[in-house]
Design a protein around this ligand. Structure first.
Ligand SMILES: [Zn+2]
Length: 255
């Protein structure tokens, strides 16, 4: 094969988009809860040792969210709900009721999409639009951002920062979005990764997952809260989570 003039330029042209795409998606490596908790305690939602932050994604949902609000009232627990902007404007009463019951609101994007391509301008506009929608409706300015599917890109992280939001993923999840999830499976899955200072991810809507799967998360709540309390852990929203304790000299970072 003879060298082709301009061949290296063509190779570079092929490689560049790949490199750009890699830079765009690289923070998604933080998706893995293990490395994330160890390397990025802030991103994993690591807080004070005696506290568990309880968080719900994908609402507001007029069918299922009120069931979660009632269950949480019964348990005496407040949580953080990460809302999808386009549903905030469709179901304002659910959003207001969530705040009225003392819960905290975060931003889960305007739409629940995957970031296939870098789109900083659109991301910034949509995150800011969701912040405005929540603020206009409730008078509260959200403080937290969690990207859809937990896929964090450089652009979305920067867009959230620009909107004054701190990005928080999670350290334990219930895998409550699958068709075969049960209250027992959700409780066991959360318990497997539950440590003081952790942030738990559940979903109060089945809009982006298997139909009806929210019943599993709802059913798991009483036992899950009981597990935490028996372990001497308080359950609450991210606003009560506090910063992760600084590791003592020679100690591994908090997990
Ligand atoms: Zn989601």
């Amino acid at each position: 094969m003879s060298p082709v003039p301009g061949g290296s330029r063509r190779t570079a042209a092929l490689l560049l988009p790949a490199a750009a795409a890699a830079a765009h998606i690289a923070p998604a490596a933080t998706w893995l809860p293990g490395p994330r908790a160890l390397l990025f305690p802030g991103l994993a939602g690591t807080g004070r040792r005696r506290h568990i932050a309880l968080t719900f994604d994908d609402g507001p949902d007029p069918v299922s969210t009120p069931r979660f609000l009632d269950a949480l009232d019964g348990l005496g627990v407040q949580a953080t709900f990460f809302l999808v902007g386009e549903h905030v404007v469709r179901h304002p009463a659910v959003v207001r009721e969530t705040v009225r019951r003392g819960h905290e609101l975060g931003v889960h994007g305007w739409r629940h999409d995957r970031p296939w391509h870098p789109a900083f301008v659109r991301d910034a506009e949509e995150i800011a639009r969701t912040v405005r929608a929540v603020h206009d409706l409730t008078g509260h300015r959200p403080r937290w951002y969690r990207p859809p599917y937990g896929i964090l890109t450089t652009g979305r992280w920067r867009a959230a920062r620009r909107a004054g939001l701190r990005t928080v993923l999670w350290s334990a999840w219930g895998r409550d979005w699958t068709a075969d999830a049960t209250p027992e499976s959700v409780r066991a899955r959360v318990a497997a990764d539950l440590r003081g200072g952790g942030t738990v991810l559940l979903h109060d809507s089945d809009r982006y997952s298997a139909p009806g799967c929210w019943h599993a998360a709802l059913g798991a709540l009483p036992a899950l809260v009981r597990d935490c309390r028996r372990a001497g852990l308080e359950v609450g929203p991210l606003r009560a989570h506090g910063p992760a304790p600084a590791p003592a000299p020679g100690e591994a970072p908090a997990r």
